[in-house]
Design a protein around this ligand. Structure first.
Ligand code: PLP
Length: 498
């Protein structure tokens, strides 16, 4: 191996472990006169609620213009305070090796690949048989949202007022769907009145009531019912926090139909779902809810959960997920006008990002690096997710012999340690770098800045390919090879020895 040759490493696979929910969900807009039939007690309750809060509503109305003015000048209000990676208007490098050669960064760097975002977005737009909503929580960096927009994504699953403000600030014409089943009253009001959000998800009668109350009995809502479905094929389960069981979901669907022209059923099969049939199974459950409710939904939303490849966690061909969704949807035999939605987060962004960290110290087989559990490596500190890795050195070759290391993050907290040992060149030492692949989702978004670390992380653009390919996904199609078929497919096309 030549001088300064970067070493490509695939982390040793560990069995998947469960993880808890991040929460969140979807929505859209239009109107139908079938709504006029609404006559129920629920409506009366809404009217009552409306009058009791009418003075509050007037005061709120006055606030609307101020808010509008503010939101047009100050974009991305709440998220601005968080250490979100900077827009892609940043230096462009061929790859991590070139970046290190030129800058030898002291802080962690997010390497972002706009071409990969485009590939993923276009693959979904082409292969998903319906509307694709980007789940903003996966990576709220404005640069990412802009790139997805430029790739044709127009719908966004937002889960908080801050996300509404962020996306509406960037793209006032974006179609926002508020898919968190528990929203603050303020978030409902401002989303509806200030930002034109019409679609909201609920999984309880209380939230449905809150929604109707805060929108003053609006007649143009799209109300989605979040159904609790099995997360049995997911690496990160999202069960136990949100979602109504079949009977409650059916009741909510009936109630929603009485007050809304547009109703739907949404679910989430869990993050990084490792088998496409999870979607068909959940869609069969949707059929059961429809039979109980005797209400045909206007929208079926299959949520997120689409995977990407990680070492030891390579999903089946992505086309099989689409096939399963198509089959499950067709089996419902719903009227032709019924819409199908999905809300991918991870699959749209994960491959586009990698994280470059520096080794600050080595003590025997323990490495101390400058990012960790409280930074962009939350997943590696919380779960046994393994990342594709690449070790880089500025001024010499690294050993080809590998060894296992326990890797600590930079904060003082002893839980700031990666869950699994990393396999790295045996001679790795202070000043060397490690690139973690597949960090485009749930990494930037989770950086906390705790202890003063992480907030300084910079973003740069790189031109190389992701460290790992996902079978059947856009790169697979392009390259004709997948991680499952060929290990050498992990080698970036532009890997440079310097
Ligand atoms: C409601 C909802 N939709 C979409 C997503 C995105 O899921 P994924 O990243 O698995 O595609 C999430 C993630 O937690 C979610 O909670």
């Amino acid at each position: 191996m030549g001088k300064n040759t970067p070493v490509l490493i695939e982390e040793i696979a560990e069995p998947p472990g469960p993880r808890e929910s991040f929460g969140g969900t979807i929505g859209n807009l239009y109107h139908d006169s079938a709504y006029e039939q609404a006559t129920t007690a629920l409506q009366e309750v809404v009217v009552e609620a409306r009058s009791s809060s009418s003075h509050q509503a007037n005061a709120h109305h006055a606030q609307v213009n101020t808010m509008r003015a503010r939101s047009s000048t100050s974009k991305n209000l709440a998220l601005k305070a968080r250490p979100v990676a900077a827009p892609l208007r940043n230096p462009v490098y061929e790859d991590a090796a070139h970046l290190i050669a030129e800058t030898q960064p002291s802080n962690p760097v997010h390497l972002m690949r706009p071409h990969v975002l485009r590939g993923a977005a276009q693959w979904f737009l082409q292969h998903f048989p319906g509307t694709v909503l980007y789940a903003v929580k996966a990576n709220p960096s404005p640069a990412v949202i802009k790139e997805l927009w430029a790739s044709g994504i127009r719908h966004f699953d937002v889960a908080s007022l801050a996300e509404v403000e962020l996306v509406a600030g960037l793209f006032p014409k974006a179609k926002l769907h508020f898919m968190h089943p528990v929203k603050s009253r303020e978030a409902i009001r401002k989303s509806y009145f200030n930002f034109g959000v019409r679609d909201f998800v609920v999984d309880s009668a209380q939230e449905l009531f809150k929604l109707l109350e805060e929108t003053r009995g609006a007649k143009d809502l799209g109300i989605m019912i979040r159904l609790a479905v099995s997360n049995g094929h997911a690496f990160h389960s999202l069960t136990g926090k949100f979602g109504a069981e079949n009977r409650l979901a059916a009741e909510l669907l009936q109630q929603a139909r009485k007050v809304s022209p547009r109703v739907g059923i949404a679910f989430h099969v869990g993050q990084q779902t490792m088998h496409g049939k999870a979607y068909a199974t959940a869609l069969a459950q949707v059929g059961e809810v429809i039979r109980i409710a005797k209400v045909n939904p206007d929208i079926i939303d299959v949520g997120g959960g689409f995977p990407v490849a990680f070492p030891g966690l390579v999903p089946p061909d992505m086309h099989s997920y689409m096939d399963s969704i198509k089959e499950g949807f067709e089996a419902l035999n719903l009227p032709k006008k019924t819409k199908l939605w999905c809300e991918p987060g991870r699959a749209l962004v994960q491959e586009s990002g990698s994280l470059l960290v520096k080794v600050e110290l080595r003590k025997d087989n323990r490495l101390y690096i400058n990012d960790g559990f409280y930074g962009a490596l939350f997943d590696a500190g919380y779960s046994k997710l393994s990342y594709p890795l690449r070790a880089l050195r500025t001024d010499g070759a690294m050993a080809t012999k590998m060894a296992k290391f326990t890797v600590f993050g930079p904060t003082c907290d002893s839980i700031d340690v990666l869950k699994t040992q990393l396999t790295l060149p045996a001679d790795i030492e202070e000043g060397d770098y490690i690139e973690f692949g597949q960090t485009g989702g749930y990494a930037v978004a989770l950086q906390s800045g705790f202890n003063g670390f992480g907030a300084d992380a910079k973003a740069v653009t790189v031109r190389d390919m992701p460290l790992l390919h996902t079978p059947g996904f856009w790169q697979g199609e392009e390259a004709g090879k997948t991680a499952a078929e060929d290990d050498s497919a992990q080698a970036p096309a532009t890997l440079v020895a310097f």
